[in-house]
Write a protein that binds this ligand. Structure first.
Ligand code: 5GP
Length: 206
């Protein structure tokens, strides 16, 4: 598991995170998206097993009791969790893993996997976030108001992250996100197993 990079991506809903993550997954090879478990109902075009695994509160609580989650949290009154097997599967196929999780989950994960790379996506302003949430209109008005209120408390935690991406322009932000992932992969401490055989061709040891 030493060479696997865990990428944590958090953002308040409506900040463009899902679109940016989808672009990242399409653009950069060798990445596995972690499909979380949740107790919330599927929205619009979401399909089970693709966006989330949808389960009941009972089942979720049983899985908590069996210690099946790498991290889990209650967000907007629903449970969300990352299954422990996600990282194992990614490692087995030589991929890195991308987690779209909230700030509570990110904090738990950073404790368990300190060298995880974390990225916070920030909307340019509250006004822009509100416009985006209303334009999406998948949620009822009351849900949008609640999400706006919760956005502020999520944003307060931005300083716990390694990278902060202000999403002014989707094209530019998508490129930056891909750039962060590529750059993280070349960090000296991560890439050492690949460097060693090159050094050997120069008859150098390290
Ligand atoms: P949504 O219901 O809009 O898909 O997601 C609501 C929030 O739950 C988002 O901030 C999302 O990042 C977070 N979330 C999704 N999956 C997980 C997970 O497995 N663990 C945690 N802690 N948060 C998650």
């Amino acid at each position: 598991m030493s060479s696997l990079v865990v990428f944590i991506i958090s953002a308040p809903s409506g900040s463009g995170k899902s679109t940016l993550v989808a672009r990242l997954m399409r653009t950069v090879p060798r990445l596995v998206f972690s499909v979380s478990y949740t107790t919330r109902a599927p929205r619009g075009t979401e399909r089970p097993g693709e966006s989330y695994h949808y389960i009941t509160r009972d089942e979720f609580e049983q899985r908590i009791a069996r210690d099946e989650f790498l991290e889990w949290a209650e967000v907007f009154g629903n449970y969300y969790g990352t299954h422990i097997s996600v990282v194992e599967q990614a490692a087995a196929e030589g991929s890195d893993v991308v987690l779209d999780i909230d700030v509570q989950g990110a904090a738990q994960l950073k404790k368990r996997i300190p060298d995880a790379a974390s990225i916070f996506i920030l909307p340019p302003s509250r006004e822009v976030l509100e416009q985006r949430l209303r334009a999406r209109s998948e949620d009822a008005g009351a849900v949008i108001d609640r999400r706006l209120r919760d956005a502020a408390s999520e944003i307060r935690n931005y300083s716990a992250y390694d990278y902060v991406l202000i999403n002014n322009d989707l094209e530019e932000s998508a490129e930056t996100l891909c750039g962060i992932v590529r750059a993280e992969r070349t960090r000296r401490t991560r890439i050492e197993p690949l460097v060693r055989p090159i050094l050997e061709t120069f008859e150098l040891e390290n």
